[in-house]
Design a protein around this ligand. Structure first.
Ligand code: SF4
Ligand code: FES
Length: 142
């Protein structure tokens, strides 16, 4: 059975920022990097019109959890993303960072497909397992 994930979109000139709140690990890299685009206390909280497409891409590629991603009308960019392999990185004191397309089967049999960055909880403290929700920062976890 497929689990329905909340996904929100913010568009500018054929470029679309994709926001998946359940994947956010609250690193705040987005807010610190582009404070005029990411306004956590306002609605809408993402304003892509406040930065260039290249600056948005550079920042979104640094989102460690995959909560932020983008799509564009440039087809070669999409092919590049789809042909990339899957990599796993262990973040010190934090989650397992999976880069690439994965199919994840939960203990209840529910299947979720993700691509881009996905942060999986390694500390056991996440309230959104198997995904990291940033709770490791409040635990004595190394
Ligand atoms: S995980 Fe991504 S979306 Fe969440 S705060 Fe960090 S950079 Fe922003
Ligand atoms: S590793 Fe981040 S909440 Fe567990």
């Amino acid at each position: 059975m497929e689990r329905k994930e909340i996904v929100k979109y913010y568009e500018k000139d054929g470029f679309r920022v994709i926001w998946k709140p359940a994947k956010c690990i609250h690193s705040e890299i987005c807010v610190k990097t582009l404070p005029k685009v990411y306004l956590p206390d306002e609605k809408p909280w993402i304003r892509p019109e406040a930065a260039s497409v290249q600056d948005l891409k550079d920042q979104i590629n640094r989102c460690p959890s995959g909560a932020l991603s983008y799509d564009t009308k440039e087809p070669e960019k999409m092919e590049d993303a789809q042909s990339a392999g899957t990599e796993i990185q262990v973040l010190p004191g934090g989650p397992l960072l999976v880069k690439g397309k994965i199919k994840l089967t939960a203990t209840d049999g529910k299947i979720q497909e993700t691509e881009g960055n996905t942060a999986l909880c390694r500390c056991g403290g996440s309230k959104n397992k198997p995904f990291c929700d940033g709770s490791h920062k409040t635990l004595d976890f190394e």
